[in-house]
Write a new protein. Structure first.
Length: 170
């Protein structure tokens, strides 16, 4: 039991060091940040400019490994990550995933397409996918310090917490 506590403490220390290093790079920015919007609306460029992370540093949802998200600075195409790894999870499992992501990577930048605003898909698999994206994004948005919606490259802040400020990049 003592060894487990040491491992857990070591992991927490490593996470704190990683977050401190990121905070230095990001000029004090340190919070979970979510950017949503339609396809091809300029979300990645918008997010990249706000948080001072080059677009190339973002993990891609269509090619990321299942556990890569827990160490990434940011992820673009989060909805594609959901399709690959989370689609068949029930509500409790999606909530557990969101909680784990928030605990292990509390300053991740999540860029995702808004996929639930259209016609309800006929295929059951597509409906499950849409519901999974909606559920996990709702949970993550509730946990995030800031959520912006981007249309035509123009962002609108729809949630802003006290601890999430971008300074001159805002």
């Amino acid at each position: 039991m003592h060894v487990r506590k040491q491992l857990a403490a070591g992991k927490q220390l490593a996470v704190r060091k990683q977050l401190a290093a990121r905070q230095q790079i990001r000029k004090g920015f340190l919070c979970m940040y979510m950017v949503i919007g339609g396809a091809y609306q300029g979300k990645l460029g918008y997010a990249s400019d706000r948080v001072n992370i080059p677009a190339d540093n973002f993990l891609h949802g269509e090619s990321a490994g299942a556990d890569d998200i827990f160490r990434a600075e940011g992820i673009v195409g989060f909805h594609l990550y959901v399709r690959r790894f989370l689609m068949d999870m029930d509500e409790e499992e999606l909530d557990a995933f969101a909680e784990k992501l928030y605990e292990e990577n509390p300053d991740i930048v999540i860029v995702t397409d808004e996929i639930g605003s259209g016609v309800v898909p006929l295929e059951p698999e597509e409906r499950r996918y849409r519901e999974a994206v909606g559920r996990v994004c709702t949970d993550l948005a509730a946990r995030a310090d800031r959520v912006d919606r981007v249309v035509c490259g123009i962002g609108t802040v729809i949630k802003s917490g006290q601890s999430c400020h971008f300074g001159q990049n805002e």
